[in-house]
Design a protein around this ligand. Structure first.
Ligand code: PGA
Length: 252
């Protein structure tokens, strides 16, 4: 079974609720005809999760949270738990995004705790990994990505594992306009796939691995044509309906 392409838009800290709903409605219209061919999700900020989920009800667009806390509830000012994200209408949750690691102190260990909490709440994780420029230049890309993958997936078996999405996002390519070449990306994706095989055996062939980092309408087709690139996690270009729609349709 070929893996179904999965494209997700990470809106980050952009869009008020009214703007989010307007963008969701526009996307719903633009993307109605790709039903069944490509899986699509958008990840609005928490304040827009529920209204966007409502605006997309019955459509072929799904909703994702941008993170979730690992406890179900408690004294964690500013945090949102996995059951809350699920109840707001999300089916997926992005975990371990490099901005969370860089600016909010997330580690492989806390990402792993969030992965377990998400699964328990019925959310499908999109786990992000990727090296910094310094790590790439120091020839440490595969080592860093291996550590992140193994760390995030600790304690997860093949049965559940096959429902996962991973996103390889080289930190130096995020929001910079620099994209990894399709060769550079494919090399890391193949490496991640081989790690997943070690962990989960044949189930690794069912796991989608998205590429992220300055994916745009004009580079999406080339990236998505690589054998181990099964989709895209799109930041900046997901904020414009026409650009995101073009990326979703890029594979043809
Ligand atoms: P970008 O962000 O497309 O703006 O580089 C990607 C991401 O952070 O997921």
């Amino acid at each position: 079974m070929p893996r179904k392409t999965f494209v997700a838009g990470n809106w980050k800290m952009h869009k008020t609720t009214a703007e989010s709903v307007a963008l969701a409605r526009e996307l719903r219209q633009l993307l109605a005809q790709v039903r069944d061919r490509v899986q699509i999700a958008v990840a609005p900020p928490f304040t827009s999760l529920h209204p966007v989920a409502q605006a997309l009800e019955g459509s072929n667009l799904e909703v994702a949270g941008q993170t979730c806390h690992f406890e179900v509830q408690g004294a964690f000012t500013g945090e949102v738990s996995a059951p809350m994200v699920r109840e707001a209408g999300a089916r997926h949750v992005i975990l371990g995004h490099s901005e969370r690691r860089q600016f909010f102190g997330e580690t492989d260990e806390t990402v792993n705790k969030r992965v377990h909490a998400a699964l328990k709440a019925g959310l499908l994780p999109i786990v992000c990994v990727g090296e910094t420029l310094q790590e790439r230049e120091g020839n440490r890309t595969l080592e860093v990505v291996s550590r992140q993958v193994k760390g995030a997936l600790a304690g997860i078996g093949a049965d559940v594992g096959k429902t996962f999405t991973l996103a390889y996002e080289p930190v130096w390519a995020i929001g910079t306009g620099k994209t990894a070449t399709s060769r550079q990306a494919q090399e890391v994706h193949a490496h991640v796939r081989s790690l997943l095989k070690e962990l989960w055996g044949a189930a690794a062939d069912e796991v989608r691995i998205q590429y992220g980092g300055s994916v745009k309408p004009d580079n999406a087709a080339e990236l998505l044509s690589q054998p181990d690139i099964d989709g895209a996690l799109v930041g900046g270009a997901s904020l414009k309906a026409a650009d995101f729609a073009a990326i979703v349709k890029a594979k043809g």
